[in-house]
Ligand binder design. Structure first.
Ligand code: NAP
Length: 294
């Protein structure tokens, strides 16, 4: 069994990005600038935004975090999005999800200028992805593709089961793995909460991407020998023995599944760091495309 080490892989990609940024700056161009909007006080969201801000520093981007109170109205947030759409100094921005209940997330996603939508959530970018056109790919599936590539995992003709059909992970993941190319060329099955007998699908899978948000859902007896296992799940499970009072648990019962797997991602240290570095890649790409469009 080989661990798919997202920490080491993402560190190498960050170094490449940092090098490209220094080349831009040496050529008299500005540093790419990523803005994150954080609305409210969600603990996990604050952690993710802090990690994104740290990564920006590591690759040499300028970064700004706009912290807005929980009571921010949808109209106020739309105004902020519009301001960033028109701010020439900003190459890309993200609105950290989830948003407070009184704000319509889809309306916010659709208000972001697709050319600055480095999360790849805007319908224009989702449409381009499904057509295989160059675009911003949602950071988690993008990071998983990079991880498969880094470990030279042959995906051609393989049966891949994606557990979860969310717009930000499951669906784009299934799309990318079924596209032509390597990684890609998979035969993909998507499972969700209405799927009957999920184990009957996972047992025949060569590759499983688990993105449910259900701690340790995928058990050892649901996996065939030699499968490649990618665990996207991040759930905070209360744990009094930990300083923070919780621990992070993935969607895969690691101790049972790892001995059967050929490759497996750890949680943490697998998909998480790859997601963040992919956001950095998208931001660099945004800056390059903006420059080309000038
Ligand atoms: P989501 O929007 O809640 O979607 C979860 C999907 O799983 C849905 O399609 C749901 O089915 C399905 N599902 C839930 N419980 C199920 C069950 N018991 N059996 C079968 N299907 C079930 O979640 P998400 O945004 O895709 O995120 C999934 C997990 O990945 C979460 O733990 C999240 O924190 C984590 N995540 C991690 C990263 C990272 O960087 N590592 C990034 C993004 C997300 P229905 O559609 O039928 O409801």
């Amino acid at each position: 069994m080989v661990l798919l080490d997202g920490k080491t892989t993402s560190a190498a990609i960050k170094q490449q990005i940092a090098k490209q940024v220094e080349e831009l700056v040496a050529n008299g161009e500005k540093r790419p600038h990523l803005v994150a909007i954080l609305v409210g006080d969600n603990g996990a969201s604050k952690t993710y935004v802090a990690a994104k801000e740290k990564a920006c520093g590591e690759v040499g981007f300028n970064s700004t975090v706009l912290r807005l109170p929980e009571e921010t109205t949808e109209a106020e947030l739309l105004k902020e999005v519009d301001r960033l759409n028109h701010d020439d100094d900003v190459d890309g921005f993200i609105v950290q999800l989830p948003l407070p209940k009184h704000i319509n997330e889809q309306r916010i996603i659709e208000a972001v200028d697709p050319s600055k939508d480095v999360d790849g959530f805007h319908p224009v970018n989702v449409g381009k992805l499904s057509l295989g056109l160059p675009t911003f790919v949602s950071a988690t599936p993008f990071g998983i593709m990079e991880l498969l590539k880094a470990y030279n995992i042959d995906t051609k003709g393989k049966h891949c089961v994606v557990l979860g059909r969310s717009n930000i992970v499951g669906r784009p993941m299934a799309n990318l793995l079924s596209q032509k190319g390597n990684p890609g060329d998979c035969t993909v099955t998507i499972c969700h909460s209405r799927t009957q007998d999920i184990a009957s699908y996972t047992r025949s899978a060569d590759i499983i991407v688990a993105a449910l948000g259900v701690p340790e859902f995928l058990k050892g007896d649901m996996v065939k020998d030699g499968a490649v296992i990618v665990d996207v799940g991040i759930t905070r499970v209360p744990d009094e023995t930990r300083p923070k009072g919780y621990r992070i648990v993935g969607d895969v019962a690691f101790d049972e599944v790892a001995p059967k797997a050929s490759y497996i991602t750890p949680v943490p240290g697998g998909v998480g760091p790859m997601t963040i570095v992919s956001l950095m890649k998208n931001t660099l790409q945004a800056a390059q495309w903006r420059k080309q469009a000038e």
